[in-house]
Design a protein around this ligand. Sequence first.
Ligand code: SAM
Ligand code: DTB
Ligand code: SF4
Length: 317
Amino acid sequence: MRHDWSLAEIEALLQLPLVDLLWQAQQVHRQVNPNYEVQLASLLSVRTGGCEEDCAYCPQSLHNSSDVTGRPELELQVEAVLERAKAAQQAGANRFCMGWAWREIRDGAPFEAMLEMVRGVRQLGLEACVTAGMITNEQAQRLAAAGLTSYNHNLDTSPEHYGQIISTRTYQERLETLDRARRAGLSLCCGGIIGMGEQLRDRASMLQVLASLNPHPESVPINGLVAVEGTPLEDQPPFEPLDLLRMVATARILMPRSRVRLSAGREQLNREAQILCLLAGADSIFYGDTLLTTANPAVETDRALLAAAGVQVLERS
Ligand code: SAM
Ligand code: DTB
Ligand code: SF4
């Protein structure tokens, strides 16, 4: 397990002839996941929109004119959220991820409700993941005590490209949030996005920061930008599916034991591109017809995809 990958090494991996990159990644993947088990993680937006941060990709930012109104307000609806978790479990999910469009967690009734939601999801026997912005040490500890499996906080892009994407939160603050979650004993879910105008070097640089974390994040979501109308990135050209495949394969090589999650952007990948990702190292997908605010493939479509690929669904982790 290495944490000292150089930028040059990672750039070289990302630029290998595709067949060679896939072969290397497959060897690692098959060794750590011989049954090609894929974890199904369902997402629910508990608190949608109105976020103070100015993330250029995000439809939920107050700074963007994207319309995310009309979503049910679930912040204090513990029972309604747990009903959704049960439904996700019945559909086959084994991880339930909940999102809050917040800059940071603030103490108070919505946070107490979040803790209840985490307890409830864990009682169902599901893994629970929360993504809700920056946290304090005490909040991280309370989440851990409630049984939270994992805290999601993405790097999004490289330190070098970051200034083009977000101005209201620093890269260093992100790393500090990750450190607080880690010190509270939480697993980390941390990854990023491609297709935001970054160079290959930026992709390598983001992967380098991820792989330098010790231990590696237990879960690494690789997102392709969903270019949403009303965001500054609405006119970005679509990401190249094979570039997403290269990110997945390289993440698998750099972080052999991490769960590499094929995340946003699957609606822009055909079935064959997704199967290549499952072959090259992705061992999790978001499952359910919406991500937070945008569309994800239908459950039946994903069942058919997994069957066509011949992979197994992870029953219990
Ligand atoms: N507010 C919290 C935060 O930023 O940490 C949690 C929610 S935020 C929506 C979670 C992650 O979703 C972001 O860090 C980003 O990586 C991803 N994301 C958001 N909008 C996206 C988009 N349009 N395309 C791809 N990924 C996106
Ligand atoms: C992650 O890396 N991707 C998920 C999850 N973690 C929270 C979110 C994707 C959001 C895509 C845009 C939307 O649906 O709003
Ligand atoms: Fe969106 Fe999270 Fe950024 Fe808020 S902090 S704008 S919810 S990505």
